[in-house]
Design a protein around this ligand. Structure first.
Ligand code: ADP
Ligand code: MG
Length: 562
């Protein structure tokens, strides 16, 4: 809320004034309290009419409005009608520092005439105008053409009752259900009964029935939904259905990322849920990259968040037993795993992103697919050439079998305004991974092969957050066309590793100048564990342990975001 200088004089509308509506209404509880209300394209301004000086004006920004309803009162003898507008502006937290979205409703009684129907029509006219103006005030990110979910829209909300502390359903009814009613968003709630229930359901669902699929859980349930969609014959259309996320799990990385992309101040727990609910009601949709992941058994998965091996994967899975404590399970898991810090042997190679020329809108910085794989695989021993590093965070630690090892340290501003054309295999119809040779073939010469084979962790991530309080990739966007590859080499001390994770809360881990931490922007990678046993996770879910490779598919999915 802010003070505003808008003039409620309706005569100015005719002279090009932005005001669209002006009226005088009474308080819903006290008829003697009157307000002058004006609606412009961007704000609802409310001023109490009284004889006392110092009249305060309250201005609600329509970007914060989720909806407005008109209705008759409960008393049939009451000729008046009512309209209530629902706002979620940023307000100072009650007990702690900072701001967060908080619910405010503004209700007015319309009693212009003695005819109840005429009063109701006037209330409806206002409600309609407020809703329309709010929809036109959708926030926009520079250069990104957000689309809006069709209105009125039908949303399928999938809830995992087991996720997090087992409270997803209560959180939904307590915080989201009312908001969806305020925003007049019709939805159908589906409560999952077992693992892969959602995957099977979306694989077979008649998607023409739905305008969006929303997941109220952790990241695991969205992983199911995305893979269910990509397993369909019509995956190319299916994956275009807008996907929404409401944090109801213990690992809410995508929810935290989406909140961060909306440029809102940090929020956790119920505040994060409210923020994601708000974005859902606003119904804006932007592109999201997916990563195609190949496992040794030839299984292919689609991932929206991360591929992890070593420390991060171990913490994620080992901390499942502390699920009841919520998001703090990762900190507990980190401390436990630090006590028995392990080194994992393996080979890592990746296709680095070339130094980005100034990009035109709608393009991505990806390397062109290699024509034929020519060089020895990671499995063979390579005569490695040492090259000097350019990044302050990287010491000279890479071997490379080519001179294409250009690192991109400039921030990548790749944005998309168009849906990319995806090549698909004519038989399986699945998207073609043109950057990847077969897993048993050598990596192409354009790839960089990491010289070290002893790692503490390897983490490929394609969103900004790995968990609610782990801001892993400060510059990442859902559609930046990049896999952000981090690895930590053996030799790092326990305190140094703990420092990295603690710094990650503020996205400051790269500023720690830790010589064991390496960060690369890549479009494809391959990991071949040598350590016979271990854990690999994709989006926080355990997958088969063994060689794995992945490549990015820029912007093939659609994400509901702010
Ligand atoms: P969390 O963040 O708490 O881990 P997730 O959404 O990641 O929450 O879900 C955890 C796991 O539960 C995932 O593997 C998901 O596939 C699985 N799952 C989904 N629905 C159910 C259910 N009804 N019962 C048990 N497990 C489920
Ligand atoms: Mg999970």
């Amino acid at each position: 809320m802010e003070k505003d200088a808008s003039d409620p004089d309706p005569s100015r509308q005719r002279n090009g004034f932005v005001g669209v509506l002006y009226g005088e209404f009474t308080d819903m509880l006290n008829d003697r309290v009157r307000y002058s209300v004006s609606l412009t394209e961007s704000a609802l301004t409310i001023q109490r009419i009284s004889s006392s000086p110092g009249r305060t004006k309250v201005v609600f920004n329509l970007t914060d409005c989720v909806g407005c309803r008109a209705y008759r009162g409960p008393d049939s003898a009451d000729v008046g009608a009512y309209f209530t507008a629902y706002f979620y502006p940023f307000k100072r937290r009650w007990m702690s520092a900072g701001v967060t979205r908080q619910r405010v409703e503004q209700c007015f009684r319309v009693a212009l005439v003695q005819d109840p129907l005429a009063n109701l029509q006037e209330a409806e006219r206002w409600a309609h105008a407020i809703r329309d103006a709010s929809a036109r005030q959708a926030p926009r990110r520079d250069g990104v053409a957000y689309m809006e979910v069709r209105r009125p829209c039908r949303i399928m909300i999938l809830v995992n009752p087991q996720s997090g502390r087992g409270q997803a359903l209560q959180l939904f009814t307590g915080h989201i259900q009312g908001m969806l009613t305020e925003a007049s968003v019709p939805y159908t709630l589906v409560i999952t009964e077992h693992q892969n229930h959602a995957r099977e359901l979306v694989r077979k669902a008649d998607l023409s029935q739905w305008d969006a699929l929303v997941i109220m859980s952790g990241d695991g349930l969205l992983f199911e939904v995305i893979n269910g969609l990509m397993e369909r014959e019509d995956w190319q259309e299916a994956i275009q259905i807008p996907l929404g996320i409401l944090p109801g799990g213990s690992g809410n990385a995508l929810a935290a990322s989406v909140h961060h992309y909306s440029q809102s101040p940090p929020a956790w727990n119920e505040e994060l849920l409210l923020s994601c609910g708000f974005m859902l009601c606003k119904g804006l949709v932007g592109p999201m990259d997916l990563v195609s992941v190949h496992l040794a058994s030839k299984q292919r998965l689609f991932s929206f968040l991360s591929l992890a091996w070593g420390f991060v994967a171990d913490v994620d899975i080992e901390s499942e037993k502390y699920r009841h404590v919520g998001a703090i399970r990762f900190l507990m898991g980190t401390l436990v795993r630090l006590a028995s810090l392990r080194v994992y042997q393996g080979r890592l190679a990746y296709l680095p992103v070339k130094e980005a020329p100034k990009l035109s809108k709608g393009s991505f910085t990806t390397n062109h697919p290699p024509s034929t794989p020519q060089h020895p695989s990671l499995c063979s021993s390579l005569p490695c050439q040492f090259i000097p590093n350019t990044s302050p965070n990287q010491s000279s630690r890479h071997g490379t079998n080519s001179n294409h090892n250009t690192r991109t340290n400039s921030s990548n501003n790749a944005i998309t305004t168009k849906r990319p054309q995806i090549e698909s295999d004519s038989k399986t119809r699945a998207p073609v991974d043109s950057l990847l040779p077969d897993l048993d073939q050598p990596v192409p010469e354009t790839w960089t092969v990491v010289k070290e084979e002893d790692f503490v962790l390897v983490l490929a991530i394609y969103q900004s957050h790995l968990a609610e309080d782990l801001w892993t990739v400060p510059g990442a966007m859902a559609d930046d066309g990049l896999i952000h590859l981090f690895y930590v080499t053996a030799g790092i001390s326990r305190p140094a590793l703990l420092r990295l994770f603690l710094a990650m809360e503020k996205g400051a881990h790269l500023a720690c100048s830790c010589p064991h931490l390496v960060y690369e922007k890549v479009t494809a990678l391959r990991l071949e564990p040598i350590t016979p046993q271990g854990m690999i996770t994709v989006d926080g879910e355990v997958v088969e342990y063994g060689p794995v490779q992945a490549q990015i598919h820029p912007g093939i999915a659609r994400l509901m975001c702010g």
